[in-house]
Design a protein around this ligand. Structure first.
Ligand code: BGC
Length: 445
């Protein structure tokens, strides 16, 4: 049976969360509206019309929730700062109650012996900045930089571990290309400028942290998925390569000074020429201390001439009769191992952390218990795959499970449950699931 000590005593184990998904108090204590507050209230695109107002009420229950992190045996708690709690309109006047709240959360972590990892941007852009164009607008970079600088100066004495962005491809594609996440924009004319400004923000955020925080350990996170061609036909292989450029390479390569991955695809070449991105290669470069990988599924890709731009189509796990979670995401721990190796192959990546990995199931609370055997099996498979990569010499230094408790799962609302702790969204009661107890046991050994 796999156990934590197999990974060595310096390996960091944590749970990850994000402000908009857990905090609630979304319109209280001086907080301004974020794009997710607006999108959940108005777009009609969130399942069952769920909103962020209360979420898990972490704002009021952070002490008890950090105690749960401790009780489960984790030493790291990853959480994000809501930009609009600190700067209600994105720039300018600071909200003292917001500043105080994150001091309280950090102090509580330190008091309970938990190491805080702070994500600076987990998708909740200030609505006031979105009104100026959000990530598509050139002005976003100065605003983001001053937010980073305020956080670094305010909390840098106490917090040494920082993550600049959460999944840049996730929020630029879902929010500015496909329109299914906030702010609901679509098309390449939104996506490309958003990608460019995000790649700049990623590096500049890192540079500011380096300058402001002594002995900082600076990382950022990427969603990643092994891309598997459906057949070995040239068309399927080329389609898979295009998807790989977007999903896996689009942001990690500019950070290394390599620019955008234009070589295999004329669309990205056109983007580079139209926006003159090569002139910004230095600006998009930053030598991160660690690279955060977030993996949930591989993608099997088939060529399809009818799909605009990318001419690629996903063949879902269900139709291939492969095991999958309630999100429809394929369970495939070997692909986790292979994508770790793909990222580790970049010579400039020194150190990998798995900053998110986990699974949603239809958990049922019965007789005060949640018996989520499938999730336990999921973690056993994925941790075994990670250990294999580590034992082959890949420098993986930590792992964070997604997520502490069931929360607001973006477009799924409260309907997709990823937590190690069950949340009753009516009473806000927390109940540790069997997978939570499994982690407790795993970390004890
Ligand atoms: C995000 C989380 C999200 C999780 C599960 C990641 O893409 O960072 O916020 O809840 O996936 O969908």
């Amino acid at each position: 049976m796999i156990k934590a000590s197999d990974f060595g005593k310096d390996f960091s184990w944590g749970v990850a969360t994000a402000a908009p998904q857990i905090e609630g108090a979304s319109q209280l204590y001086g907080k301004g509206a974020s794009i997710w507050d607006t999108f959940s209230a108005r777009s009609g695109k969130i399942k069952k019309g769920h909103k962020l107002d209360i979420a898990c009420d972490f704002y009021h229950q952070y002490r008890e929730d950090i105690a749960l992190v401790k009780l489960l045996g984790f030493e790291v708690f990853r959480f994000s700062m809501a930009w609009t709690r600190i700067l209600p309109t994105g720039r300018g006047e600071v909200n003292p109650e917001g500043i105080r709240f994150y001091h309280n959360v950090i102090d509580e972590c330190l008091k309970q012996g938990i190491v805080p990892y702070i994500t600076l941007y987990h998708w909740d852009l200030p609505q006031a900045l979105e009104d100026e164009g959000g990530w598509t607008s050139f002005s976003i970079n100065a605003a983001f930089n001053s937010f980073v600088s305020i956080c670094a100066k305010e909390y840098g004495d106490k917090v040494k571990n920082w993550l600049v962005l959460n999944e840049p491809f996730g929020f630029t594609s879902l929010g500015y290309m496909l329109g299914i996440h906030a702010p609901g924009k679509t098309g390449l004319s939104n996506f490309f400028p958003a990608v460019l400004h995000t790649a700049i923000a990623q590096a500049e955020g890192g540079k500011i942290l380096r300058a402001e925080v002594s002995q900082a350990n600076i990382g950022t996170t990427y969603s990643c998925s092994e891309i598997i061609p459906y057949t070995q036909s040239d068309n399927d292989i080329l389609a898979a390569n295009r998807v790989d450029c977007l999903i896996n390479r689009l942001f990690v390569e500019p950070a290394q000074g390599l620019g955008f991955p234009t070589a295999n695809w004329d669309l990205l070449e056109k983007f580079q020429i139209e926006y003159g991105t090569w002139r910004l290669n230095d600006r998009m470069k930053f030598d991160f201390d660690f690279t955060g990988l977030q993996n949930y599924f591989p993608l099997t890709i088939k060529y399809n001439a009818f799909i605009p731009v990318i001419q690629a189509w996903e063949i879902k796990a269900k139709s291939r009769k492969k095991p999958h979670t309630t999100m429809g995401w394929e369970i495939n721990a070997d692909s986790f191992y292979r994508i770790i190796k793909q990222f580790a192959a970049y010579p400039n990546i020194k150190n990998l952390m798995i900053t998110e990995n986990g699974a949603a199931y239809h958990d049922k609370l019965a007789d005060g218990k949640v018996i989520d055997a499938e999730r336990i099996e999921y973690f056993e498979l994925y941790l075994t795959a990670m250990l294999k990569a580590k034992n082959e010499g890949i420098n993986i230094t930590g792992y964070m499970a997604w997520t502490l408790m069931d929360n607001f799962e973006w477009a799924e609302g409260f309907n997709a449950r990823f937590g190690l702790v069950h949340t009753d969204f009516k009473t806000l009661a927390r109940t540790i699931k069997y997978s939570g107890y499994w982690w407790q046991e795993f970390l004890r050994n």
